[in-house]
Design a protein around this ligand. Structure first.
Ligand SMILES: CC(C)(COP(=O)(O)OP(=O)(O)OC[C@H]1O[C@@H](n2cnc3c(N)ncnc32)[C@H](O)[C@@H]1OP(=O)(O)O)[C@@H](O)C(=O)NCCC(=O)NCCS
Length: 413
């Protein structure tokens, strides 16, 4: 029988830290209000050069190092994100290219803050089915780019970051034992971001009219501007408290555990009070809940993998511990997983140096492929279209997710 164990973990929090006091210079709030009502003390903010893909890659490199494997061994890369750099290509493809993961499939998974646990469940199933031996599951979000920095109801709650784990096939019992994935789209209007591009639609698509109808206004009747988070805080609070407790009960039962058997619950970090209310409802001491929201705020899909890293670093995860991961978020979505912690014998011994060499080679190879494609393109367009248009713009991502703009006249910008 095959099992899927977490054997590597890594995180990336951008260097720039914004404290509550600094935030209070932007909106009408205070450090005391934010701490008391949410538990948040600060958040990390991505810099202008950070992209969803670059921070995901940084976390992934750390996870590969811990797992002591090379990117060439990975069969699947899943990135849970709500803030991809591009509609396409996926963030996962940019990470694949940056790592030089030659034999990996790669895709993004849109399940908001539940995205990491969704991805973990799917990757573990692929491992258990025998399709792949290693998977990289990442949660990466730059929430600061979706925030209206004049809206105190939302801008105090979120931060930027990425976390990653490596899953490995093993014949040793344990690892990710069972999971549950759920959704309730009727609650989509409680927490949403309208696409910037949907307002550009010019083609009449009557058959899609239902799907294209914006979420109904909620609460105060406000509908958010495209590109910014809209949240009905009180409803989301109630939903989160109910789900954290309910999904924990359900997944524990599926794993055959009593609630008292659980060593640690790693919940989505949206609000301290949501976590406290779930602990109360489960009649579990708060110490069973891992909480690190004070340092990062809500980093959406990244919260749970970042929390896994911090739990390991703080000695909160020991071999054979019974652990529950439970996330919830926009969609509405929620997901939970029961896992028995413990690093099995690592079959493949590689080292950091080999990974760094591979990263360097991946960089060179990626550039070489781009040059080759351009050459191929110009040779074939000379044959097919002897008269060139004066400027043929092509914009696309480079390996970090940064836009590269090229024109025949200007070259690479
Ligand atoms: C947003 C949230 C922190 C608000 O906390 P709350 O205690 O419910 O606060 P309320 O919404 O009841 O508002 C209480 C008051 O605080 C005010 N307030 C809201 N944000 C504030 C802020 N940042 N600073 C100071 N006051 C604030 C409100 O305007 C309101 O004032 P009023 O009574 O004069 O109208 C809380 O509802 C929450 O955490 N919801 C879930 C969010 C979440 O999980 N989102 C992501 C899910 S993945």
């Amino acid at each position: 029988m095959r099992y899927a164990h977490i054997v590597g973990w890594g995180k990336y929090a951008p260097e720039r830290v914004m404290t509550n006091d600094e935030l209070a210079t932007l909106v009408d709030t205070t450090d005391t209000w934010i701490r008391e009502r949410t538990g948040i003390g600060q958040r990390h903010l991505a810099g202008p050069k950070d992209t969803c893909a670059s921070i995901a890659t940084a976390a992934a490199i750390e996870a590969l190092d811990v797992a002591n494997i090379t990117a060439a061994q990975i069969g699947l890369i899943i990135v849970g994100t709500s803030t991809p750099d591009f509609a396409f290509p996926s963030t996962a493809c940019l990470v694949q290219d940056a790592l030089g993961a030659d034999t990996a499939g790669a895709f993004d998974l849109s399940a908001a803050c539940s995205g990491f646990v969704y991805g973990l469940s799917m990757a573990a199933d692929a491992i258990k089915a025998g399709s792949i031996d290693y998977a990289l599951v990442i949660g990466s979000d730059i929430m600061s780019r979706l925030l209206d920095w004049k809206d105190r109801n939302t801008c105090v709650l979120f931060g930027d970051g990425a976390g990653a784990v490596v899953l490995q096939a093993s014949d040793q019992p344990g690892g990710l034992l069972t999971s549950l994935l759920r959704a309730d789209g009727s609650g989509g209007d409680m927490l949403y971001v309208r696409n910037n591009y949907r307002d550009k639609a010019v083609v009449s698509t009557p058959h899609l009219s239902t799907a294209l109808t914006p979420p109904a206004a909620t609460g105060d009747g406000k509908v958010s501007d495209a590109g910014y988070i809209f949240m009905n805080g009180r409803e989301v609070f109630r939903f989160g408290s109910r789900i954290l407790a309910g999904a924990t009960r359900e997944i524990a039962a599926r794993a055959g555990w009593e609630l008292g058997d659980i060593d640690l619950i790693i919940p989505h970090q949206a609000n301290n009070r949501i976590i406290e209310s779930a602990a109360k409802s489960l009649a579990l001491p708060l110490e069973k809940m891992f909480i690190n929201i004070e340092h990062y705020a809500n980093t959406s899909a990244a919260t749970i993998p970042i929390a896994i890293c911090d739990a390991v670093n703080n000695g909160r995860l020991r071999p054979n511990d019974k652990v529950i991961l439970v996330g919830f978020g926009a969609g509405l979505t929620w997901a939970a997983a029961a896992l028995q912690w413990g690093t099995p014998r690592v079959l493949s011994r590689t080292n950091r140096t080999l990974n760094r060499v591979r990263l360097g080679l991946a960089n060179v190879r990626s550039r070489a492929r781009r040059v080759f494609r351009r050459l191929e393109d110009s040779l074939s367009s000379n044959v097919d279209h002897p008269v060139k248009s004066p400027v043929s713009p092509a914009s696309g991502p480079d390996r970090s997710g940064t836009a590269v703009v090229e024109t025949e006249r200007e070259g690479k910008v």
